[in-house]
Design a protein around this ligand. Sequence first.
Ligand code: AMP
Length: 221
Amino acid sequence: MSNGVKKILIFFGAPGSGKGTQAKIVSKKIKLPTISTGELLRQEIKEKTKLGQKVEKTIAKGKYVSDNVIAEIILKRTKNKDAKNGYIFDGFPRNKKQLNNLTSNFNLGRSRVFAVLVDVGDKEVKSRLGGRRVCGCGMTYHLKFNPPKKKGICDQCSSKLYTRKDDKPSVIADRLKIYHKEIAPLLSYWDKDDKLIRINGEQSIKKVQQDIIKELKKRKI
Ligand code: AMP
């Protein structure tokens, strides 16, 4: 942007709400990169880096990795050239400490910031996550709602798709519990400033996307 004001969108939603999928679609439309902490961490695991080895078990159990690790990867990623006009956060901030990190270190006063909540009930989340399949390149599919063209193969890079370890039913229940506990104060933070856009996530991917774009346009994003 010519005036140096960054656009920052923060996507919230339970695991399986489709927030990652939506963040990626919006990213292409408004030409800002998506910064997904989950994906950055999975990449570290895939590359077997020191950090990846450190967080692998925590993620498989559905627990949160430490706030310091998150702060480090977010800071590094937001310094990339492609993030100079702004970015879309997917999966950050996830608790109060991370919110404090965001509000104190990211110059929000000089940015246009909105939070987008892709709202989906727990019952729907549980039925969705069993069918989720992902690719190492970051693409996400669903066996029923968003299947790849060729069974088990990524449309984008032709790699084999896999099920995330943390999409097992017992882990899903834990992830939902943590999500509800940690997310409430974050949502009220953006809500009080009229910066929270609530979207009904229990609709088709296309309809959810249209609703998000409509709301962003209203706010000139
Ligand atoms: P996601 O892909 O957003 O569902 O994230 C997958 C997993 O990565 C989470 O269940 C956490 O274990 C970890 N993770 C991702 N983002 C964060 C974060 N901001 N804070 C702590 N842990 C995170």
